[in-house]
Design a binder for this molecule. Structure first.
Ligand code: NAD
Length: 487
């Protein structure tokens, strides 16, 4: 029998408020991509685990949904405090599970999850209906939970994604069954622990592990009322189609190929920061990354020079070292995929303006790359890579910039760097993207709705807008007198 891996949880799943195992499930190994070490061994959920998770969610939801919003909010806010108190431990676990450097996870993962729990915890008591006077009669609306929601997560922000789905769902009085990515199964279990400790009744939030088949079983389950997926466009198509079989509402947070537009009047240093963070943070594994950087022709050379100089200074290394700025990709498979895109870019004529950085001997590392001379037809300008690969293109004027930016089936995000106030708002209004930034990039505070248009998805997470996607409105007409009839 091999030794217990260093990050082994007590069991694979949390169902009905307690850890549960079913060793008949297919094995899942969590591998630290910086070292190749197996850090946890788990099992994919068997049908029995899925059935139990959905059944206990149904049971728990009835009472949870009947609590006052204030009472539900208190649980969420206590869970937020618990995550904050455990931030270092959670960040270290997230770093080992994903490979993202501790310098990021300490500030961006459990911390943003806690913000989300706190925000929706505060909002829970404010969720009300409306009074509609109709002369003598009147009507009112009730904002009601949907029932049992399923959350399915991607591997790039595991605990953040779990919180972005659980917090609004629970605030609205739903129960949630969450399936993390099979690549990063660990921190969602910690969220379940925190919620149970904070007083969430058993079954209100369960975590079941598994591959796509478990996600599909949940998405089609007749005991499930809503599905929220964070993942790729191809998976989104499958999940939306499966949910459509039972006409379940879905939230789809999918991929992107987002543009950053840099006008010649912009603060170039700030725009370079936006482009660098918007391509290399989390080793480029961010859905909203601005992977197509369009620079106005007059400033392109100066901009490329700044990008090359600053990219050369990025500290790549052991993600557990707080000085490290860029860690490995989540897996060897993802590394291979990214390197294939880099090779393809070179074959198609893109010009690499950044020399390869020196990388650790082992681990799924990829050197960050800036490509110049990229044209819109090239593969790297069209497909989501999900790695540290920036494409720089150019444009002559505002109309061309907008046309190029919108020439994609994706519509997740976009950024505009300019010091011309009127132009900033004019351009943003024309961009086909769910989330836009002006003179900033990739900032996603919980107060601001986040989500995509076109093939990047639909529905919104965060902000008050998320409430619309985790609740339904019941209209009640109240007749104050006898009913009249002509026949
Ligand atoms: P993925 O689509 O491969 O997997 C996402 C999740 O779906 C995983 O949990 C997976 O097990 C599950 N899944 C796979 N097949 C399924 C099926 N048939 N039915 C139900 N569930 C199924 O995505 P990934 O590789 O884990 O993550 C990267 C992708 O996620 C990128 O495209 C990225 O842009 C996207 N993403 C989007 C956002 C956003 O908010 N828009 C955020 C993060 C990541």
């Amino acid at each position: 029998m091999s030794a217990t891996p260093p990050c082994q949880p007590p069991a694979s799943h949390v169902v009905d408020g307690a850890y549960r195992e079913d060793a008949d499930g297919a094995p899942i190994e969590s591998v630290d991509p910086a070292t190749g070490e197996t850090i946890a061994r788990l099992h994919s959920a068997t049908p029995r685990i899925v059935e139990d998770a959905v059944a206990c969610a149904r049971r728990a939801q009835a009472d949870w949904g009947n609590l006052s919003g204030a009472a539900r909010g208190r649980v969420l806010r206590r869970a937020a405090d618990l995550l904050r108190g455990r931030n270092r431990e959670l960040s270290e676990l997230e770093t080992r599970d994903t490979g993202k450097p501790l310098s990021e996870t300490l500030v961006a993962d459990a911390a943003s999850g806690a913000d989300c729990l706190e925000y929706f915890g505060g909002l829970a008591a404010t969720l009300t209906g409306e009074h509609i006077p109709l002369g003598g009669d009147w009507a009112y609306t009730r904002r009601e939970p949907l029932g049992v929601c399923v959350g399915i997560g991607a591997w790039n922000y595991p605990i953040q994604i779990a919180c972005w789905k659980a917090a609004p769902a629970l605030a609205c009085g739903n129960a949630m069954v969450f399936k993390p990515s099979e690549l990063t199964p660990l921190t969602a279990l910690k969220l379940a622990e925190a919620l149970v400790e904070a007083g969430a009744p058993p079954g209100v939030f369960s975590v079941v592990q598994g591959y796509g088949d478990v996600g599909a079983a949940l998405a089609t389950h007749e005991g499930v009322d809503k599905v929220s997926l964070t993942g790729s466009v191809p998976t989104g198509r499958k999940v939306a189609a499966a949910a459509a079989g039972r006409l379940k509402p879905v939230t789809m947070e999918l991929g992107g190929k987002s543009p950053i537009l840099v006008f010649d009047d912009a603060d170039l240093e700030s725009a370079a920061t936006g482009a660098i963070l918007g391509n290399f943070y989390s080793a480029g594994q961010i859905c909203s990354n601005g992977t197509r950087v369009f620079v106005q022709k007059g400033v392109k050379d100066a901009f490329l020079a700044r990008l090359a100089e600053r990219t050369a200074r990025i500290r790549v290394g052991d993600p557990m070292d707080e000085a490290t700025q860029l860690g490995p990709m989540v897996s060897e498979a993802q590394r291979g995929k990214v390197l294939a895109y880099v090779a393809r870019a070179e074959a198609e004529g893109a010009r690499r303006v950044t020399p390869p950085l020196s990388l650790p001997d082992k681990g799924a590392y990829v050197s960050p790359v800036v490509f110049a001379d990229v044209t819109p037809e090239m593969t790297i300008a069209r497909e989501e890579i999900f790695g540290p690969v920036m494409s720089v293109l150019d444009f002559a004027d505002e109309d061309e910039a907008v046309a190029l930016a919108n020439a994609t089936p994706f519509g997740l995000a976009a950024g505009v760097f300019t010091n011309d106030l009127a132009r900033a708002h004019r351009v943003v209004a024309r961009l086909q993207a769910g989330t836009c930034w002006i003179n900033a990039y990739n900032l996603t505070p919980v107060e601001m709705p986040f989500g995509g248009v076109k093939q990047s998805g639909f529905g919104r997470e965060n902000g008050r807008a998320a409430i619309e996607h985790y609740s339904q409105v019941k209209s009640v007409y109240v007749g104050m007198g006898a009913q009249a009839s002509d026949y």
